[in-house]
Ligand binder design. Structure first.
Ligand code: F6R
Length: 362
């Protein structure tokens, strides 16, 4: 049941600190990454292929940044419905990893079957251990977040990110790009994440105020750089699916290659920009938006807000977080913005029109 919340989605957003703490403890032991399902040796492969649909695909897009930057492991990411019909070459040294909350998504399962007998290893990350995708994998890694009922994926997405981050750290160690002190620091940051998620949830009232202002818009853009780029696409997907407001996520640097033409005083532009190594670049894109009267919603930390919130329509201040883990934390304001926008519009949050929780047909 909804445990006092108005919607399953609200409950599932609020549960994240608790359920992710469980996932984190299942994947870490003291200062090590320990998979609950046995070992994977990422030093034995030279390519990782990540395949999924929808929100799970955006989790894979975030993971590409992690595996490539931290573990120097080349990653190919694809949407299952494209991958399955492209007849892509599959190296017998590559690992293929399928991400699916339900474990029953038809396209993802078909892509997995395509890789069987071709890839060196078939891995999956699922929320349902008895599912088809789990059963047909060499190893199925559970996200351990409990049943997700809201059609819009929230805690399953962040659970997928926690497991993918753990795998990327493991790969970084095994491939000699992370020493044990650095790993211990990362694990400490991971264990501290639920506290930061709680701090973020405590700002829900502010996010709701901003959502009310967004709820009258026709179109919303989301921008981010680096691992915030897939978070921008995820933010846009969440908003469109439950509030029916047209939304697109773009890489900040792509703005001037087209989407800037859409910007005027009626278009809110949500900018995901923790004060990290790419911050100044993103902020210069933000200024291009403001110069065209776009209404900027800046989501940043206190260091970012201090230098960049002048003239911004709304600023949402997140706790300061290890940049590696920022995508997991910044998922929350994106979820809450969508949720409160949908509530303000009176749409059916848990059962959005035309959507099904598990897409078992093509
Ligand atoms: C979006 C959403 C969908 C699913 C997609 C894949 O909020 O829920 O985009 O992420 O249909 O579903 P699974 O993860 O079950 O394969």
């Amino acid at each position: 049941e909804k445990g006092g919340y108005k919607h399953f989605m609200a409950k599932e957003i609020a549960e994240q600190p608790t359920v992710l703490a469980d996932t984190i403890s299942a994947y870490t032991q003291e200062a090590e990454i320990r998979l609950p399902t046995g070992e994977i040796d990422f030093s034995q492969t030279n390519k990782l292929t990540l395949i999924a649909c929808g929100t799970a695909y955006y989790a894979c897009q975030v993971a590409k940044y992690w595996f490539e930057q931290e573990a120097r492991l080349p990653v190919e990411v694809d949407i299952a419905s494209e991958y399955r019909y492209r007849t892509p070459p599959v190296s017998d040294k590559s690992y293929a990893l399928f991400v699916s909350q339900s474990g029953e998504t038809a396209d993802t399962l078909a892509a997995l079957r395509y890789c069987q007998g071709k890839a060196a290893k078939i891995l999956s990350i699922v929320n349902v251990p008895e599912s088809s995708i789990a059963r047909e994998s060499d190893m199925a890694l559970p996200i351990l977040v409990g049943t997700e009922i809201g059609v819009a994926s929230t805690k399953a997405f962040t659970g997928q990110l926690v497991v993918l981050a753990s795998l990327a750290l493991k790969a970084a160690m095994q491939r000699g790009h992370l020493d044990s002190d650095a790993l211990a620091e990362r694990i400490a940051a991971l264990r501290n994440l639920p506290a930061l998620l709680n701090q973020t949830l405590a700002t829900e009232g502010r996010i709701e105020e901003v959502a009310k202002k967004i709820s009258t818009a026709q179109d919303v853009l989301f921008l981010g750089r680096g691992s915030m780029f897939p978070m921008a696409m995820e933010g846009a997907l969440k908003l469109k699916e439950i509030s029916y407001i047209h939304a697109e996520g773009y890489a900040s640097g792509e703005l001037k290659h087209g989407p800037i033409a859409l910007i005027d005083k009626d278009v809110p532009v949500v900018i995901l920009a923790p004060a990290d190594a790419l911050f100044e670049k993103t902020i210069s894109n933000m200024q291009e938006v403001m110069a065209r009267e776009g209404k900027v919603v800046l989501i940043t930390d206190s260091a970012g807000a201090k230098v960049a919130s002048d003239g911004v329509w709304e600023t949402l201040v997140m706790p300061t977080v290890d940049p590696f883990l920022a995508p997991i934390l910044y998922a929350l304001p994106a979820q809450l913005l969508s949720y409160h926008t949908a509530v303000a519009k009176g749409t059916d949050v848990d059962q959005p029109r035309n959507l099904a929780k598990s897409v078992t047909v093509e």
